[in-house]
Design a protein around this ligand. Structure first.
Ligand code: GLP
Length: 261
């Protein structure tokens, strides 16, 4: 796991976007795994800027998102489909039919998740998966107690996640209690992982992910078992890491080498 520690989330987002842009330039048909939440918004702004500046084109890219609230239609302003259209897809040259978000209104969620996983497999798997992290260390909606081998399925949100995400809704009671989510096992199949974490309220989660034991209590800790995982943090999110100076130095060197290739 490489950990890139920057002073600000803007700087970290720009560096993470550089990895995404480099991949799409080298493989214009790349398969991206995308995330929602406030964290990746700044990185998406960088991708939009790169696309507008014609540094990269997303015309051949296909994408699959991590999760979707169960019961929300794609037209709901808090659905993750709506979020992706607003924050990325409508502002870049990606072909909309090549973007995939789980259907929160599927009649049969088992069929929905099976066809979602099958489509990713048919596309050759995810080349680069973008992730945020919940304050309890979850990735996608893999809450504490999710098997580290879990697949895409329906999940129940913890009271903490409902509280964290209530800021996007009128009131906490409006936050759906369930979601469809890619599993930890599904996410681990991505060839490369780029996880973003910003702010002091993510410091415990980052500490657990990087320096805690591998445990279903902090599902992001599974990334310790991934061979190509990159974590981009601001100083506040990295503040509780014991070896943060070492990670920062090593991470900068690794990123430089990666982008020079
Ligand atoms: C939700 C999403 C996660 C996201 C997390 C953190 O739980 N399912 O993918 O990482 O929120 O959100 P934020 O980036 O707004 O802190």
């Amino acid at each position: 796991m490489e950990i890139i520690i920057c002073k600000t989330k803007e700087e970290a987002s720009r560096k993470a976007a550089d990895l995404v842009t480099a991949l799409v330039k080298s493989n214009p048909k790349a398969v991206l795994g995308l995330a929602t939440g406030s964290t990746p918004v700044e990185m998406y702004k960088c991708l939009i800027a790169d696309n507008k500046a014609k540094k990269v084109s997303f015309k051949g890219v296909r994408s699959w998102n991590l999760d979707e609230y169960w019961g929300l239609p794609p037209t709901h302003d808090q659905s993750y489909r709506y979020f992706m259209d607003e924050n990325l897809f409508d502002s870049i040259d990606i072909v909309k039919k090549n973007t995939h978000v789980l259907n929160g209104l599927a009649k049969d969620w088992k069929k929905e998740v099976a066809s979602y996983e099958a489509a990713i497999k048919k596309a050759g798997g995810i080349d680069l998966q973008v992730l945020g992290i919940g304050s309890d260390g979850h990735i996608a909606f893999n809450e504490p107690g999710s098997s580290l081998a879990s697949r895409t399925r329906i999940v129940s949100l913890t009271p903490q996640t409902i509280k964290d995400n209530a800021r996007f809704f009128k009131k906490a009671a409006d936050v759906p209690r369930q979601a469809l989510s890619m599993g930890v096992g599904s996410i681990m199949e991505a060839k490369r992982i780029v996880l973003l974490a910003f702010g002091a309220n993510k410091a415990d989660a980052v500490k657990g992910m990087v320096e805690g034991g591998v445990s279903q209590f902090c599902t992001a800790s599974a990334l310790q078992m991934h061979q190509d995982a990159w974590v981009f943090c601001d100083a506040a999110a990295a503040s509780k890491l014991k070896l943060k100076k070492y990670y920062a130095w090593r991470g900068d060197e690794a990123l430089k080498a990666e982008l020079a290739d």
